[in-house]
Design a binder for this molecule. Sequence first.
Ligand code: PLP
Length: 396
Amino acid sequence: MRTGINHLFIPGPTNVPEVVRQAMNVAMQDQRAHDFGAGNLGLFSDLKKVFRTTSGEVLMFSGSGTGAWEAAITNTLSPGDKVLMARHGQFSTLWVDMAQRLGLDVEVIDLPWGAGAPICEFARRLGADKHGAIKAVFITHNETATGVTSSVAALRRALDEAMHDALLFVDGVSSIGCLEFRMEDWGVDLAVTGSQKGFMMPAGLGILGVSQKALAASKTATGRRCYFDFADQLKHNAGGYFPYTPPTQLLHGLRKSLDRMMEEGLENIHARHHRLGAGVRAAVAAWGLQTCAEHPSLASDTVTAIRTPEGVDAREVIRIGYDRYNASFGSGLGPLAGKVFRIGHIGDLNEGSCLTAIAIAELALVEAGVRLTYGSGVAAAQTVYAKAPQSFHLAA
Ligand code: PLP
């Protein structure tokens, strides 16, 4: 029997606040009732605030981030279209795989896992593409597998400097709602996320920001879509309805999580994630371990991927954390299996949560064979947290 709570330190699904869970405890509803739609309109307008777009649209599909990827591609591109992508982690790799399976002509830039998005190489290839063969460029804002954040603003500048018209696709699954994200300012055409990370919800909603330029592209794109068709969704969403049975409980949860996000304020949310991430990174440095991110400037504020020393299997660290201490850490994905474990510091967390994660990681690391001094990581993180402003306190 497991006593106490399971400490969830994976980078999604994230902790669902008690008030959000309670908000979802409602009876089933008639999704075609004349008064059902009005209650949902505010969801779309608040989601636009989180995506920071006024001119674009935000759509919600039952599904997850992967479904939203598929919706983004199939609605705005046509089979055979050339697109520019990079592979530097599990999620960027899966996105390339999807684009290829959907029939796109993918120009792939391969990088070590732990590198950031190759802005200079993107810029070079966009600059060389004088006839506009590249229809879209894709960037994974936050590579959850490696704990690497890349600059979407820098890619926008590269597109502008090359005077290139390609659509800008952003995977914001583990960034939107946690890290600074500016759909309009950065000229993002398709921004993709899911409900189970920054929105502090169960999985079940694929959420998409779509620019007017992307909507225009959807009028002529011949990608095969049906369930994910933007036009069907937009027609119904305009009145707060959905073309298919919506997960009504999730809509109630989303209302509550958006209320919390608006109350805390986006800047405060970003600052909190930065502070919590800085504490975890200080702990890793105190242990004498390396992060997977190649450079400190790439370090993600939502997840830290930590390399275990040669001879120590990261899977053991995760197993010990789970079996002995009822704590879940993220695993090393793909080629990082056994080499990396991840501490998620994303969503509804505070300093106490992260100190618990660090303390349990110390226990698991030592038992798995890593030489470190108990408390060294905890003390390093405490030093960071003591200096930084305290977490914002939300009304219950
Ligand atoms: N992209 C990133 C960066 C992710 O972290 C994930 C999931 O963790 C996905 C895409 C896939 O999203 P989902 O699991 O919601 O389909």
